[in-house]
Design a protein around this ligand. Structure first.
Ligand SMILES: [Fe+2]
Length: 340
């Protein structure tokens, strides 16, 4: 809690030595220790030595850097200092100008001792409240941030369990999700994705087939071609996957777009929405290529794996029809070179 901390020190700026002394007595009677400055420039020089102090009480008219300029400079350099202005001029305009520049109060001299003290005290209380508010606000933001992080961690742990459940169901795809995530991440980075969007692509790629949790094992493991009904059943994994994850990743639309659209084709012959070209979300176009590359380079129940060079050539032959040409080009550049 910031309250009460550092209340002891006050900087007092006034070019009239007698008035400054008597004001120092008033402040000292409130338990404050005063550092006295005879001009605006001297006050700034003192602050450079001491750093920010809780309170500045300053006369308005001083030779050289006057009170108003000092006030503006102090507000700019030391925004947490409470500033109370003193003036012999009973001028509403000057008072308004000082308050607009950030002074917490404006006292017209001569003033009664009790009035000065109560207004200084009120200014200090106001400063305390402002600091306290900020303290709570920052603390709250930190706590909310920590909670959001924990919720995300818990979500990822839950998702990991789903991935393992899917791997257990279909041994041929064991490790597939992890590899697709790796390939998609590398290609997305090459295409310029960074930060959260890159993370979302990796996560979406790791989860792209999560809807297969709902596909019968007999269909998943079937060697050879599928019947029309079986194909319909397996193609539903896109929509089902999106439905499974929807409540969890409302704030990660990229992840959902990958899960739903990774079987779309740029010629519009894909599923489930028959989207064409650039209407297919970028992230889904990337994962579609990564998915195909991994499927081709690993053994399946119905065929042996292709060497990577043949798989890359196969991707190239379908660029612009099945796959996004730019993604395929990035993929070939990324994987034609030895992995570092
Ligand atoms: Fe899939």
């Amino acid at each position: 809690m910031p309250s009460g901390a550092g209340h002891g020190l006050c900087l007092l700026a006034d070019d009239d030595a007698d008035l400054r002394r008597s004001m120092a007595h008033v402040l000292e009677a409130m338990g404050l220790s005063c550092i006295e400055a005879a001009s605006g420039n001297e006050a700034l020089a003192i602050l450079e030595q001491t750093g920010e102090l809780p309170l500045l009480v300053s006369d308005v008219s001083m030779p050289g850097l006057d009170g108003l300029d000092l006030l503006r400079e102090v507000r700019r350099r030391y925004p947490d200092m409470a500033v109370v202005m003193l003036s012999g001029i009973r001028e509403a305009e000057m008072a308004v100008e000082c308050l607009q520049a950030g002074a917490l109060d404006y006292i017209t001299k001569p003033a009664l001792l009790g009035e000065i003290q109560s207004r200084i005290r009120r200014a200090m209380e106001k400063r305390d409240l402002l600091l306290e508010n900020r303290f709570y606000q920052q603390n709250l933001e930190r706590m909310v941030g920590q909670q959001a992080l924990r919720i995300k961690e818990m979500f990822l742990e839950g998702v990991q369990t789903l991935v393992h459940a899917l791997d257990a169901k279909d041994p041929y795809t064991r490790g597939h999700s992890t590899r697709v995530s790796h390939y998609a991440g590398r290609v997305a980075a090459r295409l310029g994705f960074t930060g959260q969007s890159l993370e979302d692509i990796r996560l979406g790629a790791a989860l792209h087939d999560i809807g297969k949790i709902g596909t019968p094992e007999a269909i998943l493991r079937k060697p050879g071609p599928l019947t029309a009904e079986e194909f319909t059943s397996i193609s539903e994994h896109t929509v089902l996957g999106e439905r499974i994850l929807a409540p969890l990743v409302r704030e990660n639309p990229t992840v959902l777009s990958i899960v739903r659209s990774h079987h779309e084709r740029v010629d519009g012959e894909g599923f489930p929405d028959r989207l064409e070209g650039s209407r297919i979300p970028w992230a889904a176009r990337i994962v579609a290529v990564a998915d195909a590359f991994d499927a081709m380079t690993t053994d399946r129940s119905y065929r042996a794996s292709l060497p990577p060079a043949s798989a890359l050539a196969e991707l190239a032959s379908h660029a612009g029809s099945h796959f996004d040409a730019e993604v395929v080009a990035a993929f070939r550049r990324e994987f034609a070179e030895p992995e570092t």
